[in-house]
Design a protein around this ligand. Structure first.
Ligand SMILES: [Zn+2]
Length: 233
């Protein structure tokens, strides 16, 4: 029987907080991340990709582990910790910012280069698309919207092969026009930032996620996971 619920974890940065960061809350320390992965293993979760969407429900207890923006520290700290417990993650890349630093939030944190993304994939992890420039998609003109969605998909597929099948809205922002562009581009699912977990018949173009932050200390992580199970879209 397919699983009734699909929780999706949302991480940004894993590892030491950059000096002077204004978004320290976006960081999960390496020991905390390892502890969380160990709990997932102890609770018998299986990590899944989000495409095809129906397939995510095949394991008895599925979970998707997502990382927004494509920070290098995901490769340095999160990838080995996931591998150690037999899990993998999905990183959402900003196609025109590979190898740069983020020009949103702090603008200081290094983003994975092309070869680092290849290393991420070789380690068993997946990638998805987080637009071309981390734009506020509901506010951009149509021509830019197409570049941010279809253009970014093409760019990532040229670099990394045809497996860019899921999208993640920058800032969690979407509307019907943005969603339609994402579907037309051939994406099979898209992550938002609504809280909770998902069912097989949820809106797969605005998937709910569990935000894991610096202050998501031990028991709170488990509580958030439990709460998400109760609160399914
Ligand atoms: Zn982002």
């Amino acid at each position: 029987m397919p699983a009734a619920r699909l929780p999706i974890l949302m991480y940004h940065k894993v590892g030491p907080v950059l000096a002077g960061s204004h978004v320290a809350g976006h960081y999960v320390s390496e020991p905390a991340f390892r502890r969380q992965m160990n709990w997932l293993r102890a609770l018998k979760f299986t990590s899944v990709d989000l495409a095809p969407y129906e397939a995510a429900f095949l394991p008895k207890r599925p979970i998707a582990i997502t990382f927004d923006d494509g920070y290098r520290n995901n490769l340095s700290y999160a990838a080995p910790a996931m591998k150690a417990v037999g899990m993998f993650g999905i990183v959402y890349l900003v196609s025109e910012r590979l190898g740069a630093t983020n020009d949103w939030d702090d603008g200081l944190e290094p983003l994975m280069t092309v070869s680092e993304v290849q290393e991420w994939i070789r380690a068993g992890n997946r990638i998805g698309c987080h637009s071309a420039t981390h734009a506020h998609l509901p506010e951009v003109p149509e021509k830019q919207l197409l570049a941010e969605v279809i253009g970014a998909k093409d760019q990532l597929q040229e670099l990394f092969g045809p497996n860019v099948k899921t999208f993640c809205y920058p800032y969690g922002q979407s509307n019907s026009t943005v969603k339609r562009a994402v579907q037309t581009a051939g994406f099979e699912a898209a992550c938002g930032t609504g809280k909770g977990s998902n069912r097989a018949d949820s809106d797969q173009f605005d998937l709910r996620r569990i935000n894991v932050r610096a202050d998501t200390w031990g028991p709170l992580f488990l509580l958030k996971l439990l709460r998400a199970y109760r609160n399914a879209a």
